[in-house]
Ligand binder design. Structure first.
Ligand code: FAD
Length: 443
């Protein structure tokens, strides 16, 4: 088939899912265009330039050893040597003190709950690591199941604090499946509970993968449009028309949307009511992350979960305790992370004010900390950071094939029972490409 006769597929969204989908579809011989509204590719996984000409993610990122789809894609793109597996170092901050939290032995020593609670917590974790049939966890909330299994005190001091930190006002609605998925992921990142966990990172940042995908798209003839996204998708002549503000429309035989669900609802407002209800029924937690560039380390921990409820952030991720600071011209990078509802003041607060709010609490992590250690800082926010996984979520997921022929959806809200992550966006991209080519082949 000549290039002008090939079927045209438009992919909306240039995050990991959209890039992977476009790459696969182009490899299958379709004429593909990719539309990314932002001023860069990579979506939530993108990175920007920091000290020493190095790149660092806007939002902290690592991989688990169970992340096989993304590892396979990295290999396929010829950048397998950039994927490194490094020991992680996790801590737990409670009662103004950081405790190591790297496995069963650390758990047994965790003094914030009595020893019988620690044993119970260990036993519950051990049990969850072995559960394969997650379906039974669809109809019970994590709060209910875990409170029963652990008791109120152990729950609210440990796992409950983490669930509250991630889901805020939605915490008591989260299904046990979500928590099971988290435990399962971490289990597969170490060989035995006594082993140190290893996490993956892409040398040069996740931009190494994003750039390799971008190169792959260009080599396969994909039209990559950065800084341009459709304002509406209209059915035309058995296919689709992408309408833009201030640009001529584009035609496509099929459209793959990889943006958050509410954006599809806006792009195609006449979708049938049932499907629309699914799109609009999905909720997401937002995230506000402060990234500090320091002239020295803040702590000696990579990933510090914050259990003290009066702290304004709930995770401290010191990236340079994972990748060495020598990669970043000797600077140290610390993310202060908070998941929140979009009406939370931190989501819209001026950046300087948010930093001022955080500063006194940074001293709790290291009393020697002085603001003169900060050589640079940034605040990043993401609206659709984490889908809210409520009860019977499997019944609420919109299909990849929308009710309108030739219109497809592949986004983080459809990742289940696993928690969203770059690996699963690669899987989504792979899957949607297969679905589209199955359908177009039949046509
Ligand atoms: C704080 C934080 C930490 C994270 N940590 C990790 C981690 O450690 N490991 C991990 O694997 N994952 C992590 N993730 C999750 C991971 O980054 C995401 O799940 C994944 O990148 C989502 O990719 P996606 O392509 O599905 O969606 P997105 O990255 O959201 O991409 C969607 C794209 O669509 C674009 N778009 C929106 N509207 C339009 C429009 N109208 N037209 C055109 N384009 C449009 C957006 O600009 C965006 O680029 C983290 C996420 C956050 C927020």
């Amino acid at each position: 088939m000549g290039n002008d006769q090939k079927q045209r597929i438009a992919v909306i969204g240039g995050g990991i899912a959209g890039l992977t989908a476009a790459y696969r579809l182009a490899k299958q011989g379709y004429r593909v265009s990719l539309w990314e509204r932002g001023n860069r590719l990579g979506g939530q996984a993108a990175a920007f330039e920091v000290a020493g000409g190095a790149s660092l993610e806007y939002f902290y990122h690592h991989l688990f050893q169970s992340d096989r789809e993304i590892a396979a894609l990295i290999e396929e793109l010829g950048i397998g040597d950039k994927l490194v597996w490094l020991p992680s170092n996790v801590g737990y901050f409670a009662d103004c003190k950081a405790y190591p939290f790297n496995g069963a032995l650390d758990l047994l020593k965790l003094p914030i709950i009595p020893i019988h609670d620690r044993i119970r917590l260990g036993a519950v974790t051990f049990y969850l690591q072995r559960v394969k049939n997650w379906k039974k966890f669809e109809s019970v909330t994590a709060e209910k199941w875990l409170k029963r299994a652990l008791g109120e005190r152990a729950y609210s001091r440990t796992l409950g604090a983490q669930i509250d930190a991630k889901f805020g006002r939605y915490a008591s609605e989260i299904a046990m499946v979500w928590f099971w998925g988290k435990i399962w992921l971490r289990t597969t990142s170490r060989r035995s509970p006594l082993d140190q966990e290893r996490l993956g990172y892409i040398k040069g940042s996740f931009n190494t993968l994003i750039d390799a995908l971008h190169d792959g798209l260009l080599k396969s003839g994909v039209d990559v449009h950065i800084g341009e996204g459709p304002s509406a998708l209209n059915q035309r002549d058995g296919g689709w028309e992408l309408a833009f503000d201030g640009r001529d429309p584009e035609a496509a035989d099929a459209v793959v949307v990889t943006t958050p669900s509410p954006i599809l609802a806006r792009l195609v407002p006449d979708l049938p009511v049932d499907y629309m209800a699914k799109l609009q029924g999905l909720q997401y937690e937002a995230a506000a992350v402060a990234l500090l560039e320091l002239d020295r380390p803040l702590t000696d921990i990579y990933w510090l979960n914050i259990a003290d409820r009066d702290m304004p952030f709930t995770g401290v991720i010191e990236h340079t305790n994972f990748m060495p600071s020598s990669e970043y011209g000797g600077k140290h990078y610390v993310y202060l992370s908070k998941y929140l509802e979009p009406d939370h003041p931190y989501f819209t607060m001026p950046q300087e004010e948010l930093l001022e709010e955080y500063i006194p609490y940074i001293q709790r992590l290291n009393p020697a900390f002085d603001r003169s250690w900060i050589s640079n800082w940034w605040i990043f926010r993401e609206r659709a950071a984490q889908p809210i996984v409520g009860l019977h979520y499997s019944e609420r997921i919109p299909d990849h094939r929308t009710p309108k022929p030739g219109l497809y959806l592949a986004n983080t809200s459809q990742i289940y029972p696993e928690d969203r992550g770059t690996n699963y966006s690669v899987r989504l991209g792979n899957q949607i490409a297969e679905i589209v080519s199955d359908d177009l082949g039949v046509r």
